[in-house]
Design a protein around this ligand. Structure first.
Ligand code: IDP
Ligand code: MG
Length: 155
């Protein structure tokens, strides 16, 4: 199936200036960027993204939600929509899982980060993991229209 997925390069990717390298990994797999923008994510957008859609507050606790939201607002992010075969599962596989310590070598979260839940909790940090990618079809279908208007897609 040809699918669309939302990828957001988080502030740590932009700060480290590895956005180009990360985008290359998706391009190398064959994905096409059909919408993209640098932006400052608002508190409202992030609440909808992480709680309405992602249920982060419900699944975790307030401190994790607040840290994640504030880190995502502290610096610009690069949001894009990628399209091609099985975009949701394939892109997520290259990004997943949430904790870099548990990620497999070759995934983005392993190759570019070193972070564990234990270290993050002990030091009041969010889990620094470079990239957001839609996890399921339902998530992608809700996230894409939240981040992009129809007019922002290339023809
Ligand atoms: P995902 O990004 O792999 O889909 P989610 O559970 O949806 O993971 O969490 C969203 C983001 O919130 C994570 O990517 C991570 O940056 C942050 N986060 C999630 N759980 C924790 C935690 O237990 N401590 C600190 N930050 C967390
Ligand atoms: Mg998620």
């Amino acid at each position: 199936m040809i699918q669309r997925t939302l990828v957001v390069l988080k502030p740590d990717t932009i700060q480290r200036k590895v956005a180009g390298e990360i985008i290359s990994r998706f391009e190398r797999l064959g994905y096409t960027i059909i919408a993209a923008k640098m932006m400052n994510a608002s508190e409202e957008l992030l609440f909808k993204h992480y709680e309405w859609i992602g249920a982060l507050l419900t699944r975790k606790w307030q401190k994790v939600f607040d840290l994640t939201s504030s880190m995502m607002r502290g610096w610009p992010v690069f949001a894009m929509v990628l399209e091609w075969i099985e975009a949701i599962d394939v892109v997520r596989k290259v990004v997943w899982p949430t904790e870099p310590k548990s990620a497999a070598p070759g995934t983005i979260r392993w190759d570019y980060a070193t972070m564990s839940y234990g270290y993050a909790d002990a030091n009041a940090l969010w889990v620094v993991n470079l990239v957001h990618a839609s996890a399921t079809v339902e998530e992608a279908e809700q996230e894409i229209p939240l981040w992009f208007n129809e007019s922002e897609f290339v023809k």
